[in-house]
Design a protein around this ligand. Structure first.
Ligand code: ATP
Length: 369
């Protein structure tokens, strides 16, 4: 397996559109790297440049320290799995998996050994004689994976490989992919716009927007320490609540004024605002839905962050309840215990866990604390 390094990579399409801007990333051997971001942010373009399917406008791409910018796709020792599987319809599963090895003139006995070995890993043994049209979506997806695995490439590139599967199969294949990564010790670069896939599969996640990398981090760090407003809003479901606030500092006590409400900040968070001279300035207060509590216990221990609101929508999702309401004209979502007795139309009391509050500079949109 291999390391992949992207240095100052840019892509300008012939029509002048800058799809990827100064992309820098060092991917270590055996990492499972995810490119995530909204439609059109440049994920596929970046992946296709690594694959050699798209020319690199400027910058350096290295695989295992070897410059690859001008290397033919077939000589890069990578395998790509696409969302539409691209299986050969007239060939059996066995022949689909054996195809690349045959082309490379691998001896027949070796091909058979390799295909059977990979078929076993992917639970495809009983299906080897079938044609793609006699397979389910999930089985086809596994064949597409199998075809990539038999080649034993240095790097796997996957572009939304699960997007054509139904919700249940996606979950199943997600687990399969995690197991596969552990088993193959492979370097995988994986494109998705599905943040659950990103959070569950990635050892590190690259969040992109408008061709620019916003943050590269572990799933946990992205969730807990987003570097800016965009990442904070993109990762997490339901998404983080954002409120415009004004900073008020009196005798080293820092609070955020949101309309008529005043929310005191814990000292460690307050210090960042004091150090940054934020007194009187506008910031954005970000609160994850699970950090707003309807429990009386929490409300009593956090009197300075309590507010009341009338519930607009009560949503039961099984293991959790989402409550939607307004706070100073902004729609807020709280994710609470399903045993809550609060329902539509009730006026309820909530408390924000201000230890978990995220605060962003309103102009730069960067995280202050
Ligand atoms: P999606 O999730 O929708 O697949 P993406 O993040 O993978 O999106 P890309 O396919 O990399 O996005 O496209 C990035 C941007 O480049 C888009 O705005 C797209 O319209 C543009 N683009 C892609 N191919 C070309 C091309 N051949 N010529 C000009 N612009 C292009």
């Amino acid at each position: 397996m291999a390391s992949v390094s992207l240095k100052n990579i840019c892509k300008v399409y012939p029509n002048g559109f800058e799809a990827v801007k100064d992309f820098n990333l060092d991917i270590e051997d055996q990492e499972f790297i995810i490119f995530v971001g909204p439609s059109g942010c440049g994920k596929s373009t970046t992946l296709r440049m690594i694959a050699g399917l798209e020319e690199i406008s400027s910058g350096e791409l290295k695989i295992d320290d070897k410059l690859m910018n001008d290397t033919e796709p077939k000589d890069r020792d990578i395998a790509m799995v696409f969302q539409n599987y691209a299986l050969y319809p007239h060939m059996t599963v066995y022949d689909n998996m054996a195809f690349a090895l045959k082309i490379n003139k691998v001896p027949k006995a070796e091909i058979e050994k390799k295909v059977k070995e990979v078929a076993k890993i992917l639970d495809l043994e009983p299906l080897l004689k079938r044609k793609p049209k006699a397979l389910s979506g999930g089985q086809r997806q596994r064949v597409a994976m199998g075809r990539a695995i038999v080649r034993n490439p240095k790097v796997f590139l996957m572009d939304e490989p699960l997007s054509n599967l139904d919700a249940k199969l996606r979950v199943q294949m997600r687990l399969e992919l995690s197991k596969l990564h552990q088993r193959l010790n492979a370097t995988i670069i994986y494109v998705t716009h599905d943040q659950t896939e990103a959070m569950t599969l990635g050892t590190r996640i690259v969040v992109m927007k408008d061709g620019v990398v916003q943050q590269v981090d572990t799933p946990e760090n992205l969730y807990n320490y987003p570097s800016n407003l965009f990442v904070a809003g993109f990762i997490g479901s339901p998404q983080m609540n954002f409120l415009n606030a004004t900073v008020k500092i009196v005798d080293n006590n820092v609070s955020l004024q949101v309309g008529q409400h005043s929310f005191a900040l814990p000292p460690a968070k307050g210090k960042k605002l004091i150090d940054g001279n934020y007194n009187g300035r506008e910031v954005v207060l970000g609160i994850r839905p699970e950090d707003i509590y309807d429990s009386e216990v929490f409300i009593e221990t956090s009197p300075s962050s309590v507010f009341e609101s009338k519930i607009k929508i009560y949503e039961l999702l099984g293991s959790e309840v989402n409550l939607h309401f307004n706070l100073e004209g902004t729609q807020i979502t709280a994710k609470v215990d399903p045993r809550t007795t609060i329902r539509n139309g009730d006026t309820a009391r909530f408390a924000i866990d201000m230890e978990k509050a995220h605060i962003f500079d309103k102009e730069t949109e960067l995280t202050i604390t």
